[in-house]
Every structure is written in C-alpha cells, then in structure tokens.
Design a protein around this ligand. Structure first.
Ligand code: G3I
Length: 374
C-alpha cells in the first residue's frame, strides 16, 4: 500500500508540471527570489568532468569552490600559494556571469599546523598569528578582488553548546580573531560581501551562540553582510518548525541569509549524528549502504517531498534569503559518498549520477509555481 502511494506520488511529480515549468532551469525558476547554485569540486574545476560544468552553467547563477580555496589547498606552505584551480574556477564563473562565492578564509579544519608555528616549531604569539592571518586574507581576497563577490570569512567557529569552538585561532589570538578576519577581508576588497557560515544552525544552543557572535560584530560596527546556514540536512532534521524558527531569528538581524552547502542525506547515519564535522567517521557496514544499485522510486518520492517542503520555507523567507547553494552538482561527486562512512552510494542532490534531473528537481521547480499562484 505504502509503495503504491509512493509510486502514484512519483508519477504525479512528473506529470503535474505544466510544459513551461518542465523545461525551466533552476536559475530561471528562482530568478525573482534568490540566486541558486552549487559547489564545484577540484576535479570539476580542473576540467575533468566538462559535462558537469555544462550542467552547472545551465542551471546555476552562483558557484562556490568546494575545496580549492581552503587554506591547506591554496596556501600549503609558508610563502607558497597555489591558485591554479581557483583561477580556473573564477574563469568559468566569470565566463558564465555567475556570482562567485569564496570558501573559506578562517576554519579550524584544513589549516596546516605550520600556520600556528614559527620556523623552530614554537607556537606564534597573538600578534604574529594576526599578521599571518592578515597576509593570507590580503593575498587570497586581493587576488580575486571584484571577481569573488562574497566570502565565507569565518567558518564553523561556534560549538554545539553555543560557545566559541576551542580552535588554535581562539587559543592564540582570543575571541577577536573573528572580527579581525572580517576587518582584513574588508580591507582587501571593500566591495565584497562578507559572511559567517556554520552547520547545525537550527540547534537552539548553537543558534544562540551564532546570534550572539553576529550581534557582537554588528554592535562593534564590523562589516558583515550575511549568515550562511549550511544545509547538510536529513529527511527528518531540521523539522519544519525548527527551520522556520531559525530562519525567523536569523532574518531578524537584517542581514542577508543564505542556505549554503545544501544536501539531504537519506542514508542511515550511525548515532543519528546531524552535523557536518569532517573529522567524524564510522566503519562501513552493509546496513549503512542500503541503495548501492540505485534509489527506488519510493525513496525518490520521499526525497522530492522533503526538498519541496524545504524550498517552500525558503520561499516564505524570500525577502531575507538571497542565495541557495547545493553542496555539489550531482550525486556522483557528493562528499556524502565518503562521509561519515567511506564508499557509500549517496543520493543527496537534485541531479543523479548521469546528470539527469531527479524527481526532487521537478518538485523544487514546482514550489515556484505554487508561490506564483498565491
Ligand atoms: O583530492 C584528494 C585525492 O587526491 C585523494 O586521493 C583522496 C583520498 O582521501 O582525498 C582527496 O581529497 C579529499 C577532498 O575532500 C576531495 O574529495 C579530502 O581527503 C577530504 O578531506 C575532502 O573533504 C572535503 C571536506 O570539506 C574537508 O575539507 C569535502 O570534499 C568537502 O565537501 C567538505 O566541505 C565542508 C565545507 O567546506 C564546510 N562545511 C562542511 C562541509 C562538509 O564537511
């Protein structure tokens, strides 16, 4: 019975769309409301999957580099910068008239140990580390001045209990490393939008911590333009109420709100972990990889319905939400194939491994029609 209902819903999702919506792209469908885009992997930026870039150009009007601007990639050794892939990504984005987002300047992950140490292996003091941070931000932001239009300046600085994460940045510099990073980014490109970006932003304690951080920056007159809410979500988290409450609260700051890193993990997660901390990992077991040969129609429908309800909320908050970015272009290259368990077959995005739109794609497009009818 359940399967029957699912397959009826599945065919409805395909057939209930009028022809003009059926042929629409994401960027056309949402153009009046917010930018819509995806993360581009190193592999793709290197030109190794041209058909994925074609799809991105067709569907998206904004892109974010998934990994290539993280400190360990772009600045792997003292004095050595590697802009080869990011230059390619920028060229692709500019050629296609896209809003390019830089990710990310300050993070506790993917930052080499040397960053915090001197030539003798001793930890730097506050002033030395601030100078290193300033030099890094000026070099990276400065290179793409006027080309990268928005930066995830600080990523994931708040812990689950709402306190500041105990990172080397906090330990050596102190709490104001966050405002310093924003100040340096603003100096390097005064026109660029500057964002704070985090996951689990709907968890009450963490939400309070992020609000405190953001309000503190605003009170001090630090330039911050937006809050990035990473959408590494599942079928049942966050609940619609939790999402609504958090969108309402973040919108109350008057800042731009962005859904960044959107993907819906439909695979079972050990311990019901909801975060996106890359250092978490679990052992592979068959029960954690239930769809190695393809996603059944019933689950396609469940995913499509989930995406539809989420986009319904995004559209409700369309006056505050300025961008929705998927964390990848298609399922085949999603980070969720290898996290938190390596080697799974994951289905979190709107395009499948053959780059074809899934029922979730049509369901998302359909949410625009619903809003236009209201
Ligand atoms: O490129 C190498 C490849 O040469 C090597 O063979 C392979 C073996 O492990 O690793 C490859 O690099 C991996 C890279 O992803 C590309 O797939 C790294 O090990 C892996 O650590 C890296 O993970 C990235 C992760 O951030 C850590 O930087 C994910 O792709 C990326 O999606 C993920 O993105 C983060 C956001 O930046 C911040 N928010 C959470 C989100 C998910 O963790």
């Amino acid at each position: 019975m359940k399967l029957l209902t699912a397959s009826i819903l599945f065919s409805l999702l395909f057939t209930a769309l009028p022809a003009e919506l059926n042929s629409q792209t994401l960027k056309e469908a949402f153009k009046e409301y917010f930018l819509i885009g995806g993360a581009i992997s190193d592999f793709q930026a290197a030109g190794k999957e041209p058909e994925a870039l074609e799809l991105a150009a067709e569907q998206f009007n904004t892109i974010t580099p998934e990994n290539m601007l993280k400190w360990e990639r772009v600045h792997p050794e003292p004095g050595k910068y590697n802009f080869e892939l990011s230059d390619k990504l920028i060229e692709f984005g500019l050629k296609n008239g896209m809003f390019i987002v830089g990710h990310t300047l300050v993070w506790h992950n993917q930052t080499p140990d040397w960053v915090f140490k001197d030539d003798n292996g001793n930890y730097l003091d506050r002033e030395q580390l601030l100078e290193r941070l300033r030099e890094h931000i000026h070099t990276v932001v400065g290179r793409y001045k006027g080309k990268i239009k928005g930066w995830d300046v600080v990523n994931e600085a708040v812990d689950e209990d709402g306190s500041l994460r105990k990172s080397k940045w906090l330990e050596i510099i102190g709490e104001d490393y966050i405002e310093k990073a924003f100040e340096y980014a603003h100096e390097a490109d005064p026109e660029a939008e500057l964002y704070y970006n985090d996951f689990n932003t709907w968890h009450k304690a963490k939400r309070d911590g992020i609000m405190k951080l953001v309000r503190n920056l605003l009170d001090k007159g630090v330039k911050i333009d937006g809050i990035g809410l990473q959408g590494h979500w599942g079928l049942d988290y966050p609940s619609l109420d939790e999402l609504d409450e958090s969108l309402q609260e973040y919108s109350s700051t008057g800042l731009k709100i962005m859904i960044t890193e959107l993907d819906i993990n439909i695979l079972p997660t050990p311990n019901n972990y909801t975060g996106a901390e890359i250092t978490k990992s679990f052992e592979q077991q068959k029960k954690y990889n239930p769809y190695p040969d393809g996603l059944p129609d019933s689950m396609q429908t469940v995913l499509a319905e989930r995406y539809a309800e989420l986009f319904g909320k995004f559209l409700k908050y369309r006056d505050s939400i300025t961008r929705v970015t998927f964390w990848g272009i298609h399922d085949g290259h999603s980070w969720l194939n290898n996290w938190p368990i390596r080697g799974r077959t994951s289905y979190p995005l709107l395009f499948d491994r053959e780059l074809k739109p899934k029922p979730a794609f049509y369901a998302v497009i359909k949410t625009v029609k619903e809003i236009n009818c209201k």
